[in-house]
Design a protein around this ligand. Structure first.
Ligand SMILES: [Zn+2]
Length: 312
């Protein structure tokens, strides 16, 4: 068994402010549990994308030694997290206030118990996934807007885009090794969470969806909210279902996220409702044919695990 037990520190540059407060209250303080929860969520997405099994942390059945590969590293009832998590400022001091745009910060993971090389590889890939294709923090649920009067409102502000400053570490663990490692852990029925997998994830860097004025919103257009009204009953009902799933609700996550500055749009598909081709068609309706690149599923997985030579 290969262990690597020094601490690992990953340095980032905040491209936007990060939401590091609690979900309901003030954003000024830095509460590390929100960031760690977000990292765990993307770790789960990566694990499912690699055909591993990850429990839903909000409704986990993992306990003690009977737990999934994600709980093995991040902990669950009766099983402690394997590392100490710290957020450091540019001087390597503990960061206690909100991470603001253009600040440099580091995420430091110090092993409290042995961490396997596969776990480090998955963690490093998770952080690159967040930086290159996703977002981090509690509030990634806002829609951008082109309307100046609305632009200052909190719910249209971009949060959570980061750039990784540290270079990629190669531990010699490839996708095949990870597959072998993941297959050893507790099997789960992902059920309603099956969509939250890198296999169903897509991203377009450099483009955003938003509200242009009172009558036009490319975000609503993508969800299919406007079209539904003018269609036949059956098609309208089906499209309503897709729109509801993509938009999410109080209890359930949205499946499309868009950021204006810097521009990035990403989301998830659900093969039973809307696949990559249908999603790409909707994006084409919003942005036209050219000038953007739809990255999805396996292509992103390949990029994350490409060797030193392959990486483009
Ligand atoms: Zn678990």
């Amino acid at each position: 068994m290969t262990m690597a037990n020094g601490e690992r520190t990953y340095q980032f540059n905040a491209l936007t402010d990060l939401w590091t407060g609690d979900l309901n209250g003030k954003s000024g303080r830095l509460i590390t549990t929100g960031l760690l929860g977000s990292i765990r969520w993307w770790f789960e997405v990566l694990v499912r994308g690699l055909d591993g099994n990850a429990c839903d942390a909000t409704d986990t059945k993992c306990e003690d030694r009977n737990h999934c590969v994600v709980c093995e590293l991040f902990g669950c009832t009766g099983w402690a997290r394997k590392f100490r998590f710290e957020v450091l400022d540019e001087n390597s001091g503990t960061k206690t206030n909100q991470i603001k745009q253009n600040q440099t910060f580091s995420l430091c993971f110090t092993p409290l118990r042995p961490i396997r090389v596969e776990e480090w590889t998955l963690l490093g890939a998770t952080l690159r996934l967040i930086a290159e294709y996703g977002a981090i923090g509690g509030k990634t649920v806002f829609k951008p807007t082109d309307e100046q009067s609305r632009a200052g409102k909190l719910h249209h502000k971009d949060y959570g885009l980061v750039q990784m400053v540290s270079s990629q570490q190669f531990d010699g663990t490839d996708r095949g090794d990870l597959g072998k490692y993941l297959s050893k852990w507790r099997k789960l029925n992902h059920g309603e969470f099956a969509w939250a997998s890198l296999q169903h994830f897509w991203c377009v860097n450099g483009k955003y969806l938003g509200r242009q004025d009172n009558n036009k919103s490319t975000f609503n257009q993508l969800l299919g909210r406007q079209e539904a009204k003018n269609q036949g009953q059956q098609l309208a009902t089906r499209n309503d279902g897709i729109a509801r799933w993509l938009a999410g609700s109080q209890q359930e996550s949205k499946k499309v996220f868009s950021f204006k500055d810097p521009a990035r749009t990403f989301g998830f598909v659900n093969p039973r409702l809307i696949d990559f081709n249908a999603m790409k068609q909707r994006l084409t309706n919003a942005w036209g044919q050219n000038g953007w690149n739809f990255l999805a599923g396996d292509k992103i997985i390949h990029q994350l695990f490409a060797g030193k030579e392959d990486r483009s």
